[in-house]
Design a protein around this ligand. Structure first.
Ligand code: PEP
Ligand code: MN
Length: 251
C-alpha cells in the first residue's frame, strides 16, 4: 500500500480511522468526563477506560470495577462517545455488556479460552489484544475461538510483544498489521502506549502504525499523568494528544 503524505508532509489517513483514547483506568467521574470531552473535541471517536484492571502486582490499583462501569455509563451518556472497556472475567460479562460498545480482551487473557468462548457467544464487537509473548499464529488462533462461537465482529490490537529490548516496555511489531489484515481480513488497531510504555514514543509510533495501514490507534490520555493511578509514564497530557491528532491529520 501507499504511504500517503500531503504537501505539508502530514500523513493522510483513511477517513474511517478509529481513534480510541482515554485513561488507562477510570479513576473518578470527573477524571473520565474531563478526558472524554477533551479527546472528543480533538476528533477521537471511541472512549477507552478500564474498570477492571489486570495489574502485575495485587498491591497496585485494581480499578473501580462496578463503580467504574457506572462512571463509564454516565460519561458515555453525557458525551455521546461509544466506549471500549476490558472484560477480565466471564462472570462480569452481563454487567459489562450493558455499558460497553466494544468488549476488550486484554493481552494477559489472549489465550483464556473459556473467556474467548463466552465473548464469541454474544453479539458486541470484541477487540482482542495480542498476548505479551504471543506469536501471530497463536493470536489468530485466539481470534478463531471467538469466531467459532458465532461472533465474527473482531478487532485485532497489536500492543507490543516482549523482546530483549530494554528501552521500551514492549516491542511494537508493526509487520503484524499487514500480516493480520492479509491473513484474517480483520481490522487492526495499534496501541502505541502499551507497546512502548514511554510517552514521547507514542506520537512517532502512532504515525508509523497508520503509515503501515493500521485501521486505528488506541492511546492512553490522562488529565494529570504524573498522578495517574496506572500507566502514567505512557499516558499523554492533553496538549500532547492535541499535537498527535494534528500530526495524523484527524483534527
Ligand atoms: C489496556 O489496554 O488497558 C491494557 C491493560 O493493555 P494490555 O492488555 O495490552 O496490557
Ligand atoms: Mn494501561
Amino acid at each position: 500500500f501507499e504511504i500517503n503524505v500531503s504537501e505539508d508532509k502530514k500523513l493522510i489517513i483513511k477517513e474511517d480511522t478509529l481513534v480510541m483514547a482515554g485513561p488507562c483506568a477510570i479513576e473518578s467521574y470527573e477524571q473520565l468526563l474531563e478526558t472524554a470531552k477533551f479527546v472528543k473535541s480533538q476528533g477521537a471517536n471511541i472512549l477507552r477506560g478500564g474498570a477492571y484492571k489486570p495489574r502485575t502486582s495485587p498491591n497496585s490499583f485494581q480499578g473501580l470495577k462496578e463503580e467504574g462501569l457506572e462512571i463509564l455509563k454516565a460519561v458515555k451518556k453525557e458525551t455521546g462517545l461509544p466506549v471500549i472497556t476490558e472484560l477480565m472475567d466471564a462472570r462480569e460479562l452481563d454487567k459489562l455488556y450493558e455499558v460497553a460498545d466494544i468488549i476488550q480482551i486484554g493481552s494477559r487473557n489472549m489465550q483464556n479460552f473459556t473467556l474467548l468462548t463466552e465473548v464469541g457467544k454474544q453479539d458486541k464487537p470484541v477487540m482482542l489484544k495480542r498476548g505479551i509473548s504471543a506469536s501471530i499464529s497463536e493470536w489468530i488462533g485466539a481470534a478463531e475461538y471467538i469466531a467459532v462461537g458465532g461472533n465474527q465482529n473482531i478487532i485485532m490490537c497489536e500492543r507490543g510483544i516482549r523482546t530483549y529490548n530494554d528501552y521500551t516496555r514492549n516491542t511494537l511489531d508493526l509487520a503484524a498489521v499487514p500480516i493480520i489484515q492479509k491473513e484474517t481480513g480483520l481490522p487492526v488497531i495499534v496501541d502505541p502506549s502499551h507497546a512502548t510504555g514511554v510517552r514521547y514514543l507514542v506520537k512517532p509510533m502512532s504515525i508509523a502504525a497508520l503509515a503501515a495501514g493500521a485501521d486505528g490507534i488506541m492511546v492512553e490520555v490522562h488529565p494529570d499523568p504524573v498522578n495517574a493511578l496506572s500507566d502514567g509514564m505512557q499516558s499523554l497530557h492533553f496538549n500532547e494528544f492535541e499535537d498527535l491528532m494534528k500530526s495524523i491529520n484527524i483534527k
